[in-house]
Write a protein that binds this ligand. Structure first.
Ligand code: SIN
Length: 274
């Protein structure tokens, strides 16, 4: 197995893996170590069924159903993220990390490119360990005791992709999920700290007055998205990505109106952030 970093801070291409076959224990260990080191892995030129995708995700943890989007028939763990040529909104189209509005947000997500636009449709990722480490000591000290609220209601209109919503969810009148998490979390495996804010869903810092909370969130969102912390993923049909939701943000660019894009996603359950 060969690994080629994408940038100095985040992302790597992994070569010589065929995910349609069961991986050896050695390859699984090497892939998990690479995931912990680079936070976003890309495995290209795969030809996978939904079962292959779920098997790959299970090497990293327990696969969870994602109740907010319609799964593939017979594959409750796999959702199809589709943007049709005539649609204007894109699923997850604001910088975020997955499901922070849940008490136990998902720890990682796996995405498989089934159909990609001829132009555009890349996804950007940002390393939030490096974002945290780039803060000055007094800011880090200030953030260490703060917690933030995350809500699925924030930006709901901009993020709305009704065609993807599961039947069960369509029948409910837009349920709202909220959770409170530390602003700085510690990675449960590596022990490394990261900023844990999600521009799409973080609404306020609990311990601060509203105006201070707004000001500090605006400044931290902007810091978290510095080009120094980012990589850009150009998809090809057959690309598989896995990213670590505990220490990254991502943003699917919505720059391909008139083209179709279809991705299959599996999410891996996580613990309560600490
Ligand atoms: C997501 O936010 O999970 C989707 C990412 C993408 O479509 O590139």
């Amino acid at each position: 197995m060969k690994i080629q970093p994408l940038t100095p801070t985040i992302g790597a291409d992994v070569y010589d893996l065929d995910l349609s076959c069961e991986l050896s224990a050695r390859d699984i260990e090497a892939t998990i170590n690479a995931f912990l080191k680079y936070h976003v892995l890309l495995i290209r030129e795969q030809k996978l069924t939904p079962d292959h995708l779920v098997r790959f995700a299970r090497y990293f943890g327990q696969v969870g159903a994602y109740p907010f989007a319609r799964p593939l028939p017979d594959h409750p763990e796999v959702i199809a993220i589709i943007k049709e040529p005539e649609q204007k909104t894109v699923f997850g189209g604001i910088w975020h990390t997955d499901s922070t509005y849940l008490t136990q947000p998902s720890m990682a997500s796996v995405l498989y490119a089934v159909e990609v636009p001829a132009v555009g449709g890349d996804t950007l990722f940002s390393n939030q360990h490096v974002a945290y480490e780039a803060l000055d000591t007094s800011t880090r000290q200030q953030l260490s005791t703060l917690t933030a609220e995350h809500s699925s209601a924030k930006n709901q209109d901009k993020l709305r992709t009704d065609h993807l919503t599961s039947g069960a969810m369509q029948q409910q009148s837009k349920p709202v999920f909220t959770a409170i998490h530390p602003v700085v979390r510690t990675h449960p495996v590596t022990g490394r700290k990261s900023l844990y804010l999600s521009p799409a869903h973080t609404t306020r810092i609990i311990e601060l007055p509203e105006d201070e909370s707004e000001a500090i969130l605006a400044s931290l969102f902007s810091h978290a998205l510095s080009d120094d912390f980012k990589c850009r993923v150009r998809w090809q049909p057959g690309t598989v990505a896995i990213w670590d939701n505990r220490c990254t943000l991502h943003y699917p660019l919505n720059d391909y109106h008139g083209y179709r894009r279809e991705m299959h996603r599996v999410t891996i359950d996580g613990d309560r952030p600490r």
